[in-house]
Structure formats: C-alpha cells, structure tokens
Design a protein around this ligand. Structure first.
Ligand SMILES: Cc1cc2nc3c(=O)[nH]c(=O)nc-3n(C[C@H](O)[C@H](O)[C@H](O)COP(=O)(O)OP(=O)(O)OC[C@H]3O[C@@H](n4cnc5c(N)ncnc54)[C@H](O)[C@@H]3O)c2cc1C
Length: 344
C-alpha cells in the first residue's frame, strides 16, 4: 500500500480532532476542515468510563474536568417506580471508576485546540468533495486552496469523512445505508428545576411512551425524550412545540420535573439508526457518525438505541484508524474492526 502521509480530515467533532492528534504524532501532515457549532446545544454529553484513558492520552482530562460534571454511575427508573442504580466503581472489570457529563460545545473546542497544539492545520470552512475516479474522490479547488501549503498545493493522499450524520461521502458516492425498523424521534434541550436521584449519575427513565435521559450538567440538566414518531406529534409542529408538550404531559416526567423550564431551543433527530454498507475506498474512509453509531439490527427491534456509546465509538474509531495507517495495514481491516465494535 502507498505510504499515506498527507491527510485531510473533514469535521471538527471528537472523531476528527482525536484522529488529527494521533496522526500528527505519527508524523503525518494533517489539515482539518471544520465548522464552529451553531446550535446552542449539541448531543453526546454523557461519556462512558472507557473514554477516560483516551482523554488522558490526549492530554485533555484536566481541562474537561474543569467545566464538566463528574459522573460516578448510571441509574434506570421504570415507570417512575422501580429504580436500579450502579456505580462504575463496583464494576468487576478493570475499568475507570468514573466518567464525565460534558457540555459538548466546550468539549469539541478543547479537542480542536489540542489538535491545533499538536500541529494539525485547522481550516475553518466547509470542505467540498468531488468524484475523481470510479472509487476515488478529491477536494474541490476552493477547499484545496483554503488548505494553503498544508500539502504543497497537491491533493492529500487520504480524505477522512468525519463530518457526522451529514454523511458527505455516503451522499457523494451513493453508498446505501442499512436502516433500522424503529420509527423513533429524539428531542432534547437543557432545562432547570429537574430532580436527580443520585448527583452526577446519568438517569434513564421509562416513560408512558418511549424513554428519556436526564444528564446533569453545570447549573442545568440535559433532558431528552426518545418516543415513537406518531406519539411525538404532528410533523408540521416545531421541535419546541413537540418537546414542551412531552414535558408537561408525560406522567413520569411530571414526577421528576413538574416545574422545569426549558432554557434552550430544541434539537430533533430522526436519522441516527443507520449504518453505511461501506466504510472505505481507494483514497477515502469514514470515521465516527459519518459511518454510523447505532447498530440498526439491534436497535431495529429488540432494544432501545444505546446513544451513550456514540462518543466512545467516534473516538475509539480514530484510534483504530490511526493504528491501521501507522502499521501500513489495508483500510479494510479498519472497517472490519469498526463493524465488530458496533455490533458489540
Ligand atoms: C439523540 C442523540 C443522543 C446522543 N447522546 C449521546 C450521549 O449521551 N453520549 C454519547 O457518547 N453519544 C451520544 N450520541 C452520539 C454522539 O453525539 C455522536 O456519536 C458523536 O457526536 C459522534 O462524533 P463525530 O465526531 O463522529 O460527529 P459529530 O460530533 O457530529 O461532528 C461532526 C462535525 O463535522 C462538521 N461538519 C459537517 N459537515 C462539514 C463539512 N462539509 N466541512 C467541515 N465540517 C463539517 C459538523 O459541523 C460537526 O461539528 C447521541 C446521539 C444522538 C442522535
């Protein structure tokens, strides 16, 4: 396989920045196209303990801890009655005993700054791609120009799509996705005056219809609902109309947040339950959510989607891809490893 040294990464989220840092460490020349977050709230706030060694390796744990909430465990409540909680410290496996709930905009910024400090060239503009062969792609002229002398004006050896659910490459190359059968909608915002059973714990509640998350953040709680699309309401309604009705109507939510006020606009998601049927090609590869993060087979019927694995998969896939490139292994071995992780 041709040596890959010049690499373009598209996207400024956790997958992109993690990969940028690791590639710079192994001597690559990395340009990262990114867009600053526009929405006031970004999903992916509750991290699992397996991420802690990565935060330490990337040298950002102290910064993250300074603006986040320590997360010692998780707690599940069924129909507002039965509660089951566990502390990470009690896990018999040798895993970190804690994690963090993070305000995502700050977290993305910390990681991007670490990428810049590691030598990644940050390019604050959207990257645009075009086809350049049967299974190869290229940056368009304007995107290449924006990279300045990062690759001495030449096209990079490899383009990494880490642009999240926009699926830039999937759309450009018409790559089909495998979709799950569920028709869920996720709606989330930050609220105040919400009870917590255990401080810092991520709370998962079974509602009258669907389920909700409560993620404690500094001076607020991230409250999200995952409900059947028809229960969420009419698709002509705004996300705020749907969210506010769920906040006031659901009997279980009324128990723990009877006086909660919404502090932010609402984000609505429908397209989280898909996985790309291909993750790599001649000179391209997908990373993080651009390829998928919820296994559609499992979340298609048997279990509720497990969102909390998203950031772990995004960052861990960056480690797997960096390792694949450093060892000169084919990109297909990275794809195999990611598929296995998603199924697990
Ligand atoms: C409802 C819901 C709840 C979730 N909750 C959790 C949770 O609690 N914990 C957890 O671990 N995970 C959670 N996730 C998953 C988590 O949000 C994602 O897995 C994670 O953000 C993926 O990171 P990423 O870097 O792949 O993509 P993203 O975080 O989406 O980052 C992609 C970035 O690329 C940028 N971009 C897009 N197009 C371009 C372009 N053309 N040029 C340059 N940049 C571009 C975007 O602006 C964005 O900043 C949740 C997901 C959903 C849908």
């Amino acid at each position: 396989m041709k040596s890959i040294k010049n690499i373009a990464i598209i996207g400024g989220g956790p997958a992109a920045s993690t990969l940028g840092i690791l590639l710079q460490r192994s001597g690559c020349r990395v340009g990262m196209y990114f867009l600053p977050e526009k929405a006031p709230v970004v999903v992916g706030e509750s991290l699992v303990p397996m991420i802690i060694p990565m935060l330490q390796d990337l040298g950002i744990e102290q910064d993250v801890a300074a603006y986040s909430i320590l997360k010692p465990g998780a707690c599940f409540t069924f129909d507002g009655e039965e509660t089951f909680a566990f502390r990470f410290a009690d896990n018999p496996a040798n895993l970190p005993a804690y994690s963090y709930n993070v305000p995502r905009k700050a977290f993305n910024e910390t990681l991007r700054n670490a990428a810049r400090d590691a030598g990644v060239q940050l390019i604050e503009q959207p990257a645009r791609l075009q086809r350049s062969g049967a299974d190869s792609i290229a940056l368009d002229a304007a995107s290449l120009q924006a990279a300045g002398d990062c690759w001495q004006g030449a096209e990079p050896d490899l383009i990494v799509d880490a642009a999240g659910r926009a699926r830039l490459l999937g759309q450009l190359l018409d790559i089909p996705v495998q979709k799950g059968r569920r028709e869920d909608v996720a709606l989330f915002a930050h609220v105040d005056r919400t009870e917590l059973i255990d401080p810092g714990y991520v709370h998962t509640d079974r509602l009258e219809h669907g389920w909700s998350w409560r993620i404690p953040l500094p001076e607020r709680v991230s409250l999200g609902f995952v409900v059947p699309a028809d229960y969420a309401g009419n698709s002509d309604e705004t996300p705020e109309q749907q969210y506010d009705r769920l906040l006031r109507q659901d009997r279980v939510v009324q128990k723990f947040a009877p006086d909660a006020q919404r502090l932010t606009p609402v984000q609505r998601f429908r397209n989280y339950q898909s996985q790309s049927t291909r993750w790599c090609g001649d000179n391209w590869v997908m990373l993080g959510d651009s390829g998928g993060f919820v296994d559609p087979v499992f979340s298609g019927g048997f279990v509720d989607p497990v969102f909390s694995s998203g950031m772990l998969i995004a960052m861990d896939s960056a480690y797997k891809l960096a390792d694949t490139l450093a060892r000169g292994k084919p990109l297909s071995s990275y794809e195999t490893a990611i598929r296995r992780h998603l199924q697990a």
